[in-house]
Design a protein around this ligand. Structure first.
Ligand code: ADP
Ligand code: MG
Length: 210
């Protein structure tokens, strides 16, 4: 199945729905390790994206992703706003002039993760949303050319969940949770969980079409 940019409205909607469904849980995670505003920040961004979703869905992939990124950068507060905004703008830049298929998607997604790493001066193992995003990028780059779509999608979900869970044992070294030092160990990172929830919701929306 071809995944086209006109499906973005639905992907934004299912992302928003899953964040609402897990509002209390994710807020508790950010209260434990941070300041408790992560859902508020993500919700604000998604709210603007929902409002723009008809317009976004009519754009080509590259322009749609860039527009989403600019909206996230300007409308979401907190550390996550500029990080998520950077992610989508970089993904749009990499996608420019390319036809989207699993291989070009994997490359664009990987470029987005690299841009977020540079923006946040962070990497895997620091107990952030990158611990969900990086394993998924590696998985996509390794498997997008060989696996069929159903297997690839199932693997994305599994990898995102494992990545999110891996943050529990980590000692935070970036963001507000780093202020807790050793006491951050034993709790899942809010950004890793919200990111995993949205990735899984989007994958499930695609699976429903297969
Ligand atoms: P704030 O930390 O400003 O309150 P949010 O609560 O919206 O912003 O987002 C917090 C999340 O941002 C964390 O759970 C973590 O996943 C992510 N994060 C924080 N700093 C970084 C960083 N340098 N790189 C990547 N992700 C980060
Ligand atoms: Mg916060």
């Amino acid at each position: 199945m071809q995944i086209t940019s006109d499906m973005l409205a639905e992907f934004i909607k299912v992302s928003s729905d899953t964040i609402e469904k897990h509002d209390t849980e994710v807020t508790e995670l950010d209260k434990t390790l941070g300041d408790g505003d992560h859902v508020i920040n993500i919700r604000r961004g998604l709210g603007f994206l929902v409002e723009q979703s008809d317009e976004i869905s009519q754009l080509e992939w590259a322009d749609a992703l860039k527009k989403m990124g600019m909206t996230c950068m300007s409308k979401i507060g907190g550390a996550s706003g500029s990080l998520i905004g950077t992610f989508f703008v970089a993904m749009g830049k990499d996608a420019t002039g390319k036809e989207m298929n699993p291989v070009t998607f994997a490359a664009a997604y990987n470029a987005a993760v690299e841009a977020m790493k540079a923006r946040g001066k962070s990497d895997a193992g620091e107990k952030t949303m990158l611990d969900t995003l990086i394993p998924v990028a590696n998985y996509l780059v390794e498997n997008s050319a060989t696996l069929d779509q159903a297997a690839l999608l199932a693997g994305v979900k599994e990898t995102a969940i494992k990545g999110m869970e891996s943050t529990k044992a980590m000692h935070a070294t970036k963001g507000r949770s780093s202020f807790l030092g050793e006491r951050s160990v034993g709790h899942i990172d809010a950004g890793a969980r919200s990111t995993q929830l949205m990735i899984c919701a989007i994958v499930e929306a695609i699976e429903a079409k297969l």
